[in-house]
Design a protein around this ligand. Structure first.
Ligand SMILES: [Fe+2]
Ligand SMILES: [Fe+2]
Length: 203
């Protein structure tokens, strides 16, 4: 079974596919996409580090996310290589409206394990959406090197998506996780439908 078939059902948990016009406009503005992408990788590494710092007592979490930090940082380095190669300046981070909107959906209060569930599910969604967008870039870009690059990142982010969901199910009652996951999926689809489609953002 191909990678695509084996992960299709898991990936397509996302309730709203990206508007196919996004990849058309994004591919015309690869400089801005790569800069935004570099920051996404940086944030992915830093959010794993934050989880490890907040939950050092959770052995499976620490052991699962430690290598993910290294992978995300390696992704960051690889995006930086692409920027340098193309003489695209790195510059300052841009406001990440997608993540801001997701963060607003995090349930306030609750005990620390409930907060952990919220963080893990939010991270799982960001991985899933990134993976979906990388798939579009892989399939639609003309540049052979970038196609291969986005294929590899798509596979890696799919693995992270599974890591976050499995951790959520490990540390919280599964029925509670499933119920909350459905709410998160619906909210993410709503956010995607409301966000302006931009040629300079990964999300
Ligand atoms: Fe990544
Ligand atoms: Fe990731």
């Amino acid at each position: 079974m191909s990678w695509e078939e084996s992960t299709k059902n898991k990936m397509l948990n996302l309730q709203l596919p990206t508007d196919p016009r996004w990849v058309d406009i994004a591919s015309m503005n690869l400089g801005d996409i790569l800069v935004d992408h570099a920051y996404c990788e940086q944030k992915a590494a830093s959010s794993c580090i934050s989880l490890i710092l907040k939950y050092p007592d959770l052995e499976l979490l620490v052991d699962t996310l430690t290598p993910v930090v290294a992978e995300e940082w390696a992704h960051f380095e690889r995006v930086m290589d692409q920027l340098r190669k193309r003489n695209i300046p790195f510059g300052w981070p841009r406001k990440d409206e997608y993540v801001v909107r997701l963060a607003q959906f995090v349930k306030k209060g609750g005990n620390r394990m409930q907060q952990l569930t919220e963080q893990l599910l939010m991270n799982a969604l960001i991985e899933a959406r990134s993976c979906e967008r990388f798939k579009l870039l892989w399939k639609n870009l003309q540049d052979e090197e970038l196609k291969k690059f986005y294929y590899e990142l798509m596979v890696s982010e799919a693995g992270h998506y599974v890591n976050f969901l499995e951790l959520a199910r490990h540390y919280q009652d599964e029925a509670k996780v499933e119920a909350r996951w459905k709410e998160w999926l619906a909210q993410e689809a709503k956010i995607i439908s409301e966000l302006e489609m931009r040629d300079d953002r990964v999300h």
